[in-house]
Design a protein around this ligand. Structure first.
Ligand code: SAT
Ligand code: MN
Length: 597
């Protein structure tokens, strides 16, 4: 196929990549429905995709067992010096990394098609949008990119002859020799997987993995790692946040942006159905949030994506009815189990556990089997147009003005249900010291509880200390227009392992308290860690929480916090001279407050 491209730089880059990767053919994606259907049909024919009898136009994929999640240990930030990447990123010298990867890319697409995927993160033509072009040898990636981003000819048109684009080179790293039989999920062994970022050149090179954030390069690689480093230079924010609009019974709109680590309920919260009478919620995004200070002096947010790549296990009519409805058709499922009737299944979904399934590895499964039927990081991909709670104006290029920031993680102990920061600096401190228990969204084993500042530990494209400073300075620029900052933890358990808070739609009660705080309508109790609601400050009408649970959820255990403080100190020390003084002051102030409590 001849290139439909009039952009000299892009044409040259594609030619160079083709000379290196040596694909059998090159194909320029137009982003059409016909293209999506054709590639899906191709993958069904090759046995890679299984069409689902029970869900129209939906397909199941099973990945290689080595390729089931992001791999942080194989993810690199290749800045000129290790200091620019900072202690939370893996660093390799750019020259060395490129040399290693070039030898892997050499001939890596033999026997395969090289797809050129022009895509836009953010509405095409919007001043907030960024254009990327992904080269990939995975048709699975092409179809997912269709749902997750704006793909195709319209992007090439917007790019014109010399527009700026972010080159994203991706190969699954599995050349096919003539006559060689292909496997259902070709990829490279772990030690050859590289997910590499070169922020100085706005360049992404990914090799060896076909899964999620490793392979859909518009997502974590471009919209977070590269975008965060651009945002720092240009004075905006690229964050790992959901965007939610909450509407009060009186019709007042509140916009909330929330940072939680992968697999900590961002998608559920973004699609919340408030249980409080009269309250409504609309989804704007579930994973990535780009924010700029606009002429009104406020921070406006857009969701650069167009779809959801969500964790399937746990998704049900109880946890997320909107997602359950959304997935009835036109969805891609990866590493879910397959029922005998041709439907997908995963743990903690609705209805009885089937007597027989094909598990995510393709084996027979029965309730007696020891392993879960779906991989814990099994995913669905769905376009936002399928989501009934999507805001009508979710694509507004102006974005929505943020009123409230949420930080949090998954912590079964210590951290209360909710607290508010004393100030912007204290709020940045809360974001900086956020922590979470490990989830299945990363392949590597991490500590049972790890610090995940702003939920950006795996996604920050520069030195984390400098990132904190960027947040502090953004607050200075916002002044009185700065959003209020809260910390939440939906995941508290009691000593018997029972959840203390019902979560899901009931979280609207906590969100309402925040909205009332913004409007100065409700009180809070001052504690060493922040401002906590009294039980009567929360609207708990119609909710029956076992006696004592609310007290436990809103309590500050000073002794436990002293241990927590120690962890914060160790983490901050790692940032050395890059730790902003203002955050160090916050650390000391917390120590003093804990001492005197
Ligand atoms: O695989 S992804 O990086 O897209 C999902 C996640 O970890 O948040
Ligand atoms: Mn995420």
């Amino acid at each position: 196929m001849t290139a439909p491209c009039r952009h000299v730089g892009l044409t040259r880059w594609v030619e160079e990549a083709a000379a290196m990767c040596r694909p059998q053919q090159i194909y320029w994606c137009d982003g059409s429905r016909e293209e999506y259907d054709r590639l899906m049909a191709l993958m069904v024919e090759s046995g890679t995709a299984t069409p689902l009898a029970k869900r129209p136009n939906s397909f199941l994929f099973r990945s290689d067992p080595s390729d089931v999640a992001r791999i942080e240990a194989r993810t690199y930030l290749s800045t000129l010096t290790p200091e620019e990447a900072g202690p939370t990123n893996n660093w390799i010298d750019p020259g060395e990394l490129k040399k290693t990867m070039k030898s892997l890319y050499d001939g890596c697409m033999k026997g395969r098609t090289m797809y050129i995927i022009p895509f836009s993160m953010g509405p095409i033509g919007s001043p907030l949008a960024k254009i990327g072009v992904q080269i990939s040898d995975s048709p699975y990636v092409v179809c997912n990119m269709h749902l997750m981003t704006r793909v195709g000819s319209r992007v090439l048109e917007a790019l014109g002859t010399e527009g700026e684009f972010i080159p994203c080179l991706h190969s699954i790293g599995a050349p096919l020799e003539p006559g060689q039989h292909d496997v259902h999920w070709p990829c490279a062994p772990i030690e050859n997987k590289y997910i590499s970022h070169f922020p100085q050149e706005n360049l992404i090179w990914s090799y060896g993995s076909g899964y999620g954030g490793n392979a859909l390069l518009g997502k974590k690689c471009l919209s977070l790692r590269i975008a965060s480093s651009i945002a720092r230079r240009e004075g905006w924010l690229a964050e790992h946040m959901l965007i939610l609009r909450l509407i009060s019974p009186e019709g007042r709109k509140y916009h909330i942006a929330g940072a939680f680590p992968s697999a900590c309920g961002k998608t559920n919260l973004a699609m919340i159905q408030p249980t409080l009478p009269g309250w409504k919620a609309e989804t704007i995004g579930d994973d990535i949030c780009w924010m700029k200070i606009r002429p009104d002096g406020r921070l406006h947010a857009i969701n650069p994506e167009t779809g959801f790549f969500g964790v399937a296990p746990g998704t049900s009519y109880r946890s997320n009815p909107t997602a359950a409805e959304m997935l009835k058709e036109n969805a891609i499922f990866t590493n879910c189990a397959l029922t005998d009737k041709g439907d997908v299944w995963w743990e903690d979904t609705d209805g009885p556990v089937p007597k027989h399934l094909i598990d995510w590895k393709g084996w027979d499964w029965t309730p007696e089997s020891e392993e879960p039927a779906a991989h814990p990081n099994a995913r669905f991909t769905s376009h936002i147009s399928q989501c009934r709670s999507a805001a009508g104006d979710w694509e507004d290029p102006e974005g929505v003005p943020i009123d409230i920031f949420l930080f949090g993680g998954r912590r079964s102990t210590v951290i209360p249900l909710v607290f508010e920061s004393f100030s912007w600096d204290h709020g940045v401190f809360l974001g900086a010291t956020a922590s979470s228990e490990s989830t299945a969204a990363i392949l590597d084993k991490v500590a049972p509880v790890r610090h995940d500042p702003f939920a950006m530990k795996p996604f920050c494209g520069y030195n984390m200390g400098d990132y904190f400073l960027h947040w502090l300075e953004t607050g200075d620029r916002l002044g009185k227009n700065a959003p209020r900052i809260f910390y939440v933890n939906w995941f508290r358990k009691n000593d018997d392992g029972r959840w203390l808070w019902p979560g899901f739609g009931e979280n609207s009660r906590v969100l309402k308290w925040m909205c009332d705080r913004v409007d100065g309508k409700v009180g809070a109790r001052e504690t060493p860690i922040g401002l906590i609601p009294e039980e009567e400050d929360l609207d708990l009408s119609g909710l029956s929480v076992p006696p004592g649970d609310m007290e436990e959820l809103l309590k500050v255990d000073t002794e436990a916090w002293k241990a927590e403080y120690f962890d914060i100190e160790v983490f901050f020390d790692r940032l050395g001279s890059h730790l902003p003084e203002r955050l160090d002051a916050q650390r000391k102030a917390l120590r003093e407050r804990l001492r005197h409590f």
